[in-house]
Design a protein around this ligand. Structure first.
Ligand code: 1PR
Length: 520
């Protein structure tokens, strides 16, 4: 291929840059990977998608001599695009640890969650464009996808670099430009899809609408999208077969086109089948990430595992394989319950749980904890040691209180810990987000459990995704107006084509709720 259609990619191997690769190929370019510092100096255009932790990235860059090559490439004003950490590393230093490349004056600091803004900053937010930057022309008044806990702040010293800012508690630097050098804090490779023009100016962090695909093998061994009623995914027929609602890659592509802000896959039998033996699931991720340019989350079976030959796999290896195959976030269910129980019992963070290890290597923003609670009514809050709430409609025997019992293994086993206690513990252990299901509401179409979502979204300062029970678009506006949920997820209504994603977004827009302006 001619040099004109080649993008040089600096991937230092710290995480998933598959989506950046896919986006570059989608735009018709070939990719040349940087192997040596000379490859940087010889590039005709260089993309640097930073992933993982700041200090770890700098260590790799300086060990390989790529730091100097990068500085000289940028100082010569050669075509450059840094993404996320690829922007932050250009600054002098980071509170996340240590010095950066020092090309732009300023320190990268952590968002402050004490003023009510949830950290990490995850989701679709608007830019204030402060100077003509070329690459932002098509973005205009629309939303782009951010996911980060650290940010660079504007100052007099770096003002000349700034091409846009974004408001999230602080006004931080969303992009920089000087000559041919560009860098963005947001993820262009995850901000895909056409944006609807002329709908008014985007102004703040949008509420996300997420499509969820519960995936498992049917009795013939094919991976299918299934959907349960209160977690029971088998048809009420004589054959009792696994309910089949379609093919995972096709449906994910459809929801992307329909305007879903994210897509989640839950490998719902992962708790008993080893997911790395589940190669079809990895294939599903690979194929999906070629055409779906919004964040992908995958969950199911993330834990330490010894296979039948006695080979041991750490949860980190399992997660890494998911990330390599195209996931942007992984979600942990059962294993997070055990980790939280142990932490609450001992008060000690061992650093060894799957949750802690994966968030240390890939960052908090890449780790979701999926909670599968079941409502337990009580007459008197004093009857249990756990946090109870007054429920908005009483239980079958007139009980006015309830707690929410965590379960493991796809709802099959109840544990002695509540969703409230779990949420607070996993936040401390490094979770970046909570996917809050509710077994009672799952598949019922009667609305989200607003009591539960309120309880959990008020208890933590990480984003909470409300899940289970959506039946009509009004259920989404209800959960967003009555609780502090950052996102709402649904499955059944999308799979059965009762309510398309577009209808949910149009309804939210009409209700004055800020939404990510991606439409099909
Ligand atoms: O424990 O780490 O292996 O993770 C297993 C994962 O699989 C967990 O995230 C768990 O929630 C999920 N899971 C396990 N069994 C089931 C099941 O349904 N039998 N699915 C299951 C959970 C619940 C939702 C669903 C919403 C929305 N699915 O994610 O998509 O309730 O549904 P609706 O809109 O139709 O009401 P591990």
């Amino acid at each position: 291929s001619s040099g004109d259609s080649v993008v040089t990619l600096l991937d230092y191997g710290a995480g998933n840059v598959r989506s950046v690769r896919n986006a570059i190929r989608f735009l018709g370019f070939d990719i040349k990977d940087v192997q040596t510092p000379e490859d940087i100096l010889n590039a005709s255009r260089l993309v640097f998608p930073g992933v993982g932790a700041f200090a770890a990235a700098m260590e790799v860059l300086s060990k390989t001599g790529m730091d100097e090559a990068l500085c000289s490439y940028i100082e010569k004003d050669r075509p450059f695009l840094g993404i996320c950490l690829g922007l932050q590393l250009l600054f002098e230093s980071s509170e996340e640890n240590g010095p950066g490349l020092g090309l732009i004056p300023g320190t990268v600091g952590r968002f402050d969650s004490s003023n009510g803004f949830r950290v990490p900053h995850i989701g679709w937010n608007a830019l204030q464009i402060t100077k003509d930057s070329g690459i932002l022309d098509d973005i205009g008044n629309h939303h782009v996808y951010f996911v980060h806990s650290y940010r660079a702040m504007p100052s007099e010293d770096n003002n000349e670099w700034i091409s846009s800012t974004c408001d999230y508690g602080d006004k931080f630097i969303a992009s920089i430009r000087r000559g041919n050098v560009h860098a963005v804090q947001f993820h262009p490779e995850k901000s895909g899809g056409k944006q609807k023009p002329g709908e008014g100016k985007a102004s703040k962090l949008a509420k996300r609408v997420i499509a969820c695909l519960d995936v498992r093998a049917n009795d013939k061994g094919d991976l299918v999208v299934t959907k349960g009623d209160q977690y029971d995914v088998r048809e009420q027929t004589k054959e009792n077969e696994v309910r089949n609602l379609g093919k995972p890659v096709d449906l994910a592509g459809q929801y992307y086109k329909d305007g879903a802000d994210e897509v989640s896959f839950l490998n719902i039998t992962g708790f008993r089948d080893f997911p790395l033996g589940d190669l079809p699931m990895l294939q599903v991720l690979r194929y999906t990430s070629e055409n779906v340019f919004v964040p992908l989350t995958v969950g199911g079976g993330i834990r330490d595992f010894t296979d039948s030959t006695g080979r041991y796999y750490s949860s980190l290896e399992v997660a890494s394989e998911y990330f390599r195959s195209g996931a942007d976030k992984i979600s942990i269910g059962s294993d997070a319950v055990y980790a939280a129980e142990e932490y609450l019992r001992t008060g000690v963070k061992t650093g060894k749980t799957s949750l802690e290890q994966i968030s240390r290597v890939y960052g908090n923003q890449a780790v979701v904890v999926s909670i599968d609670p079941r409502r337990v009514y009580v007459k008197d809050p004093k009857d249990v040691q756990l946090k109870t709430i007054r429920v908005s409609s009483p239980g079958p025997n007139g009980e006015e209180y309830a707690w929410y019992q965590c379960t493991v293994n796809g709802g099959r086993e109840g544990r002695p810990i509540g969703a409230y206690e779990l949420a607070k513990a996993v936040e401390e252990l490094g979770a970046g987000e909570i996917l809050l299901n509710c077994i009672d509401c799952d598949g019922q179409g009667k609305g989200f459990d607003v009591d539960l979502v309120k309880l959990i979204s008020d208890a933590v300062s990480i984003p909470v995704i409300a899940s289970s029970g959506a039946g009509v678009p009004e259920h989404f506006s209800e959960v967003f107006t009555k609780t502090n949920a950052s996102a709402a997820l649904a499955a059944g209504i999308f799979h059965r084509k009762e309510v398309p994603v577009q209808s949910v977004k149009e309804h939210l827009l009409k209700e004055g709720i800020e939404i990510g302006k991606r439409f099909g």
